[in-house]
Design a protein around this ligand. Structure first.
Ligand code: BG6
Length: 485
């Protein structure tokens, strides 16, 4: 029986290109879809939640294409990781990280998405970045696509709705495997592939008012992403024998609100539609039968090509991963209290505390998720994201964040439990290991890091990095391999 974290457990940290890099027009990079998300620091909390561009409109999109300013488009600046990565990775080495997860920005490699030749300066950036990781003793976990695609693919082809985007994506993936493949240890073709359903602009880059049947378009895009995902597994295995390619979802662990049979059935459906559909396709290699009913009842017809089913079946993923921030409650009671959450709002669980953003904190839900995932697929599991977004206070070079230490400790304890339960857990990359622009609400003040970045919602600040109390706690935890939680 396993008794705790294995010796080679991969303690890590994660960020994404659009939220961290900045330098949005440097060294030949093209404009990408996240560069177009507008933010106003004067917005109230309600406005921030409301304006977060889940449903980007044609007008917002057009306006953003013309506007040159970066202050109202925080993803254009990020935390300037592009020019700061050496210092940041030095801090991560000091922290003791064994693995670093980030995403590659498609528009740095192919500025327009459909270019014939890649941008050499873009490739060089990732060669340097990943070599720096290795020099500092960190493995590399690379996400090929964390939401942002070159804008040109949307304006010229309709993005993921168009099957051609699969070919452009594969051309991009091929360049990565051939040119930087030997520097990467784990690959994720898509960040949270189910995001397309819950945040269609981020996940599949759809513009809502340009769609006649929005939901149909979402599933069509998702189908193309599934095919791209499977063909990327094939390509990686061909070009880099032995490479490890995973599937990822945002895990919405769901409990029935009561033991009323209606609630229990609702929770089964919620799990299928929000989570298992995606992992079933990527790991079992086919569309699950429960989706036939859903598609029929919602008048959804997906255009598939002959051979698609075979592609899905032949090229399944080597491991599964997920982001985990909170659990959900399923009920048929329309008057149940609601609360915030990652990508979605949900029903409130009265037994749990919430973060400053209303996301329910549920460490045991992580053990539940790990068990469910491993039980269903028997594939190694990687926790690609987990952490707490909070309002940290900086005073005289210090940031006291006991709530983050508590959050991490309780989640780590449950990871250990899951390992003892028998789950093959490879690693854990804490989300936003260094403060970055938040993805959902585009705020800088929603901080996840154990490293603080002096920058506010108006883009003001020294951009200096500081270690929070949680940095030292996390450092000790990694040193002890999670033995003294
Ligand atoms: C995940 C995304 O869904 O949630 C990240 O992959 C994101 O990009 C994270 O940052 C946390 O969400 P938010 O909105 O707090 O940044």
């Amino acid at each position: 029986m396993r008794t705790g974290f294995p010796e080679n457990f991969l303690w890590g940290g994660a960020i994404s290109a659009s939220q961290a890099d900045g330098a949005y027009d440097v060294d030949g990079k093209g404009l990408d879809t996240q560069d177009l998300r507008y933010f106003d620091s004067r917005w109230t909390k309600e406005e921030r939640d409301h304006q977060r561009n889940i449903n980007m409109t044609g007008e917002q999109f057009k306006k953003a294409l013309i506007e040159k300013d970066a202050v109202n488009y925080p993803f254009r600046q990020g935390i300037n990781f592009y020019h700061h990565y050496k210092e940041d990775l030095a801090l991560m080495e000091e922290l003791g990280l064994k693995i670093f997860r980030t995403s590659i920005n498609w528009a740095r490699i192919f500025p327009n998405g459909d270019d014939v030749e890649p941008n050499e300066a873009g490739i060089q950036f990732y060669v340097n970045l990943f070599e720096e990781c290795r020099k500092r003793g960190m493995k590399v976990f690379a996400t090929i696509l964390h939401y942002n695609i070159p804008v040109n693919l949307v304006t010229k082809y309709g993005g993921w709705k168009n099957r051609k985007t699969i070919d452009f994506y594969l051309r991009y993936a091929r360049v990565l495997f051939e040119r930087i493949g030997d520097r990467v240890d784990y690959w994720l073709p898509f960040n949270e592939i189910n995001a397309g359903k819950f945040n269609p602009y981020n996940g599949v880059c759809l513009i809502k008012d340009q769609e006649e049947h929005y939901e149909n378009a979402i599933y069509q895009c998702l189908h193309h992403q599934f095919i791209a995902n499977a063909l990327t597994v094939k390509l990686a295995h061909e070009i880099i024998p032995g490479s490890k390619v995973g599937g990822m979802i945002a895990r919405f662990t769901t409990y029935p609100a009561t033991c009323k049979p209606e609630d229990v059935m609702q929770s089964i459906l919620d799990e299928q539609y929000a989570n298992y559909f995606y992992t079933d396709v990527m790991a079992r290699g086919k569309y699950p039968s429960y989706m036939e009913r859903y598609f029929h009842e919602n008048q959804i017809t997906i255009q598939k090509e002959a051979g698609d089913d075979r592609i899905l079946q032949q090229y399944t993923v080597d491991f599964l991963s997920f982001s985990y921030y909170m659990s959900m409650v399923a009920t048929t009671d329309k008057n149940w209290d609601r609360t915030g959450g990652n990508l979605v709002t949900g029903n409130k669980n009265p037994y749990l505390q919430a973060s400053d953003w209303g996301w329910k904190i549920d460490p045991i839900g992580l053990r539940v998720s790990l068990n469910q995932m491993y039980d269903r697929y028997q594939l190694p599991v990687f926790i690609a994201e987990n952490g707490i977004g909070a309002l940290d206070e900086y005073t005289d070079g210090k940031i006291h964040d006991p709530y983050r230490i508590d959050y991490l400790r309780e989640h780590f304890k449950q990871m250990r439990e899951a390992i003892v339960d028998g789950v093959e857990l490879i690693g854990y990359t804490m989300w936003g290991i260094i403060d970055i622009v938040s993805c959902g609400t585009i705020e800088m003040r929603k901080r996840y890091g154990v490293i603080y970045v002096d920058r506010d919602d108006r883009g003001q600040g020294s951009n200096q990095r500081y270690k929070k109390d949680s940095f030292y706690w996390n450092q000790q935890c990694i040193k002890d391999n999670g033995e003294n939680l």
